[in-house]
Design a protein around this ligand. Structure first.
Ligand code: GDP
Length: 428
C-alpha cells in the first residue's frame, strides 16, 4: 500500500480530486512523483507569487497547533515585530499552557538601523507583561538574514532541561505528551521537540528554512515561504541533528483585528514589508489628516494638552503635531484635511491611493468604517494592527483614527526611539 504523502511546502496531504483544495496535484504529476514534488498551490506561490485561495478556518488550525504543542518540549512563539499589535494574541497564552515558551521576536531586520535589539527585547517583555505574561525567554531574530537564529537551539535545550528538572509542578507541566507517565520528556541524548507557533505571516516557514540552511540539512523540499497568509496548512516536522532539535512548523492562526485579513491576498501582501519599513515624518496641525492608502486615516483633532480653561497649550506654542509614520513602502502616505479624507478615499482609493484595489475598497465600504479618538503622549505609538503605526513626537495630541470596522488599534510606548517613562497602554 502506498504511504499517504505530504507536500513538503505546506504540509497538506497530496490529493488529486479537488483542484481548489489543499495539497492538489494533477494525477499524472503525482504518478510521476519525484523528490521535489510539491502541491500546485505551493508551486504557484514559489514560482509566480500567486495565491490559490483556501478557506482558513481557525478551529481546524487551533486543534493542529494544540496537538503540536502537546507533544513538544518547548514552544517557540513567533511574533512579528513590525506588526506586534496584530500578531501578539491573548489566546496564545492558553495554547502554550504548561510548556516553556521562547518568545521569538522575528523580522528585526526590518526595524530602522538605529534600533537596538536589546531595547526591542525589553520593549517586548514589557508589552507581554501588560497582559500579565512572562515568557521564559525572549530572543530577537531575523529568519530572513539569520540574525539571532544560532541562539535558538541552545536556549531551547536549556529551557527543556529546566522544565524536566522541575517536573510537572515546575514550569507548569510535563515536557512531553501525556501526563505523568511521560513527564520526564526526552532523555539527555534525545532531540528536543519544538512546536513553532504564531499568527499567519509572522515568518515561521522562513525561520525553518533558515535553520535547515544554517545547519546544512539537505532535504527534498523546504517549507514554502510567501507574503500570502496561510501558506502552511499542515504540520511539517524536521529534524536538525547537529543541534538535537526536532522543529514542528504549525499552521498559522489568523488573528482577530488585523487589517490585512480583510483584504484580498494581493492587497494583504502589500502590507507586509519585505525590504524595510518606510518611516516618514509629518508635521500636522489640528484639522489635518494622514492617510495610509485608502485603508486608514489619522486625523489630528487637537495639538497640545488642555489647560484649566480648556484652551489648547503646548510648550512650543500654537503649532503642529509631529507624527512619525511607519508602514510598508507599498502603502501610499498622503496628507489631507479632516474634511477631505473621506472624499479622497472614495474618489482615489484603488487608483493612486494604494492599497486597496477597487474591489477591496468596495468591500471595505460595505463593511463600514469605525472611528475612535485617542489622547497620545509624546513617545507613544498609535498602532493599527496589520498596517503600521505613528509615533507622536514633541507634544501631546488627540488623534482620531478611522479604520475598517473590526480593526484593532492601540496605544503603546514607542517601539522605535526613546521611550516614555511609564508603561501605559490601552486597547480597543
Ligand atoms: P508564515 O506564514 O508564518 O510561515 O510566514 P512566512 O515564512 O511565509 O513569511 C511571511 C512573509 O514574511 C514572507 O514574505 C517572508 O519573506 C517575510 N519574512 C519572514 N521572515 C522575515 C524576516 O525575518 N525578515 C523579513 N524582512 N521578512 C520576513
Amino acid at each position: 500500500m502506498k504511504q499517504p504523502r505530504i507536500c513538503p511546502g505546506c504540509g497538506a496531504p497530496f490529493q488529486t480530486d479537488n483542484p481548489a483544495g489543499p495539497g492538489y496535484v494533477p494525477r499524472e504529476v503525482l504518478q510521476k512523483g519525484g523528490k521535489d514534488l510539491i502541491c500546485r498551490r505551493c508551486f504557484r506561490l514559489a514560482n509566480y507569487a500567486e495565491e490559490t485561495p483556501i478557506d482558513l478556518r481557525n478551529e481546524r488550525y487551533v486543534e493542529a497547533v494544540r496537538a503540536a504543542v502537546k507533544n513538544a518540549g518547548v514552544v517557540w512563539l513567533l511574533v512579528d515585530i513590525i506588526d506586534f499589535a496584530g500578531t501578539w494574541l491573548p489566546e496564545f497564552r492558553e495554547l502554550c499552557e504548561g510548556k516553556p515558551v521562547l518568545l521569538v521576536v522575528n523580522k528585526v531586520d526590518l526595524l530602522p538601523v538605529r534600533s537596538r535589539y536589546s531595547e526591542v527585547v525589553a520593549w517586548v517583555r514589557q508589552e507581554a507583561a501588560v497582559g500579565g505574561w512572562r515568557p521564559d525567554e525572549v530572543l530577537a531574530v531575523s529568519g530572513q538574514t539569520g540574525y539571532g537564529v544560532g541562539q535558538l537551539a541552545g536556549h531551547s535545550r536549556a529551557l527543556a532541561k529546566n522544565a524536566r528538572a522541575k517536573g510537572p509542578e515546575g514550569v507548569g507541566h510535563p515536557n512531553t505528551a501525556d501526563g505523568p507517565a511521560r513527564a520526564k520528556g526526552p532523555g539527555a541524548g534525545e532531540p528536543t521537540r519544538v512546536a513553532i507557533m504564531g499568527a499567519t505571516n509572522v515568518g515561521k516557514s522562513t525561520l525553518v528554512r533558515r535553520l535547515l540552511k544554517e545547519y546544512g540539512v539537505v532535504e527534498s523540499g523546504a517549507p514554502t515561504v510567501s507574503r500570502f497568509r496561510g501558506t502552511t496548512l499542515g504540520m511539517l516536522e524536521r529534524e536538525i541533528g547537529e543541534v538535537r532539535l526536532v522543529v514542528v512548523d504549525t499552521p498559522g492562526i489568523v488573528p482577530r483585528g488585523r487589517l490585512g485579513d480583510q483584504l484580498c491576498p494581493d492587497c494583504a501582501a502589500r502590507l507586509v514589508p519585505t525590504r524595510g519599513l518606510n518611516s516618514k515624518l509629518f508635521e500636522l496641525q489640528a484639522g489635518q489628516a494622514l492617510m495610509f492608502g485608502g485603508l486608514a486615516s489619522v486625523v489630528v483633532e487637537k495639538v497640545g494638552g488642555s489647560n484649566e480653561g480648556g484652551k489648547e497649550t503646548s510648550m512650543l506654542g500654537p503649532e503642529a503635531s509631529v507624527l512619525l509614520a511607519f508602514v510598508s513602502d507599498e502603502v501610499t502616505l498622503h496628507r489631507t484635511t479632516a474634511e477631505r479624507w473621506e472624499a479622497v478615499r472614495d474618489e482615489h482609493g484603488g487608483d493612486w491611493l494604494q492599497p486597496p484595489c477597487v474591489s477591496c475598497r468596495d468591500r471595505l465600504s460595505s463593511g463600514g468604517w469605525e472611528g475612535q479618538s485617542f489622547e497620545v503622549l509624546p513617545l507613544q505609538d498609535l498602532a493599527i494592527a496589520g498596517l503600521g503605526w505613528v509615533t507622536v513626537r514633541r507634544t501631546p495630541v488627540r488623534l482620531a483614527v478611522y479604520v475598517p470596522a473590526g480593526t484593532l488599534c492601540r496605544i503603546r510606548p514607542a517601539l522605535v526611539g526613546p521611550r516614555p517613562a511609564g508603561p501605559k497602554t490601552s486597547t480597543r
